[in-house]
Design a protein around this ligand. Structure first.
Ligand code: FAD
Length: 377
């Protein structure tokens, strides 16, 4: 593709990934933005080669926006429904979609592989941000010979308009499940995860069986466009939040002009494992008063006790602000592996006790007010 525009705009951003980038304030070494004009002429592609990308293959996630001007979306009728679409395609009669692209999201030093997978549903399996698709991998269920595999759920990582802004695709963020024999430490491909490997190995044009969409708990409440949304994700738990953030900051949605605060806490193993970091870094630059982004890199950073840095350590660091925001009605979301919740709950309980509050009471109030959203797997 011809690059018809190439500009480097130095923006000072801290390279210390464990440090929070304060709103409206960037310091440290430079980040270079490399913009290219898409040949379609409709929008600008955007790449950030920042300090975090150094030492790993540059991830060319297309962030189809080069300035604060937002991307036009269509069809606008996707805004009309009062209720989210649910279970349009069931396990017995799935929709056959087509793989558009499969892109490795992580660098060489990331433990494991995570892929961004775009699926063409032709506009036939509409969904809202925060919902999941079911995928039925091809082949026979070994536990039920003659029957298809069980469905696996995947959080959708795009907005309802998809990455091409036309309402015809959905994107998934899939981690390849690999089995290592505990005795030999060697990979045993016969026990690798069926669906995640099918998705990560698929090629453009391959067919994929889709069910759903499903899920209401992670829908983005849009009643207050100036509300606060605190998102806590580990690994592929970033998926629904990527969708929310694109809706808030990338797309020109006439019915949802976001002017509130979105605060993302992302926990991954190391800087090579960061997901969609270029998109999020761009929002920090363009919407410093509306977006905060904190990263916990468990294998690279230390918490204040000298242990590994997990998302709960970041939450603890900002606990006073977080509790105040929750008291003022903020929504808080958790997504990722089940194992993330006990550590987070312990931290929140400890913080509440330090503040002389009962965590049990606070939690039940948050649930009652529908401020508490959890999807872990
Ligand atoms: P499976 O084939 O189901 O195997 C499961 C695990 O067992 C694998 O780790 C496999 O290596 C291991 N295994 C297989 N055989 C053996 C054996 N004989 N002995 C021991 N172990 C064995 N995942 C994502 O990556 N991204 C998402 O956004 C996402 N969103 C989700 C949302 C929801 C609501 C839920 C419920 C789950 C979500 N998941 C997501 C998880 C996803 O649904 C799958 O569970 C995951 O991809 C593994 O499926 P698989 O078919 O690859 O593995």
């Amino acid at each position: 593709m011809a690059y018809s525009a190439l500009s480097q705009v130095p923006v000072a951003v801290s390279i210390n990934t464990d440090s929070f980038l304060p709103r409206s304030q960037f310091k440290g070494s430079n980040v270079f933005f490399i913009d290219k004009l898409r040949t379609s002429g409709l929008s600008l592609d955007f790449k950030i080669a920042n300090a975090r990308s150094k030492g790993r293959s540059v991830i060319c996630m297309s962030v189809q926006q080069a300035s604060k001007s937002k991307v036009a979306i269509s069809p606008l009728s996707l805004e009309d429904a009062k209720e989210p679409p649910l279970h349009l395609y069931k396990n017995k009669e799935p929709y056959t979609g087509t793989i558009v692209s499969v892109e490795r999201l992580v660098g060489p030093k990331a433990p494991g592989e995570t892929c961004h997978i775009v699926i063409d549903h032709g506009g036939n399996v509409p969904y809202w941000e925060g919902q999941s698709y079911g995928i039925i991998p091809p082949g026979e269920n070994p536990k039920k010979p003659g029957n298809p595999h069980n469905v696996r759920l995947y959080s959708i990582a795009s907005t309802r308009y998809g990455d091409s802004f036309d309402g015809k695709t959905a994107s998934l963020c899939v981690r390849r499940a690999v089995y290592y024999d505990p005795e030999t430490g060697k990979e045993d491909p016969s026990k690798n995860g069926v669906c995640s490997n099918f998705l990560c190995d698929s090629k453009p044009g391959d067919k994929v069986q889709i069910t759903g969409p499903s899920g209401k708990i992670m829908l983005l409440p849009e009643d207050n466009p100036n509300g606060t949304h605190i998102m806590i994700g580990t690994g592929t738990g970033i998926a629904p939040f990527r969708g929310y953030l694109r809706r808030m900051f990338m797309e020109n949605v006439p019915t949802f002009k976001f002017g509130g605060l979105a605060w993302l806490f992302l926990g991954v193993a190391n800087s090579d494992s960061l997901l969609y970091d270029d998109e999020f870094s761009k929002y920090l630059v363009d919407y410093p008063d509306n977006f905060r982004y904190d990263i916990a890199l468990s294998r690279e950073q230390k918490n204040r006790n000298g242990g590994k840095m997990y998302v709960q350590d970041k939450i603890e660091e900002y606990s006073d602000e977080i509790f105040k925001l929750l008291d003022d009605g903020a929504h808080i979301y958790f997504c990722g592996l089940k194992g993330m919740m006990p550590g987070i709950q312990d931290t929140l309980k400890r913080v509440a006790e330090k503040r002389g509050e009962s965590w049990e009471e606070k939690l039940s109030q948050l649930k009652k007010n529908k401020q508490w959203h959890v999807e872990v797997y």
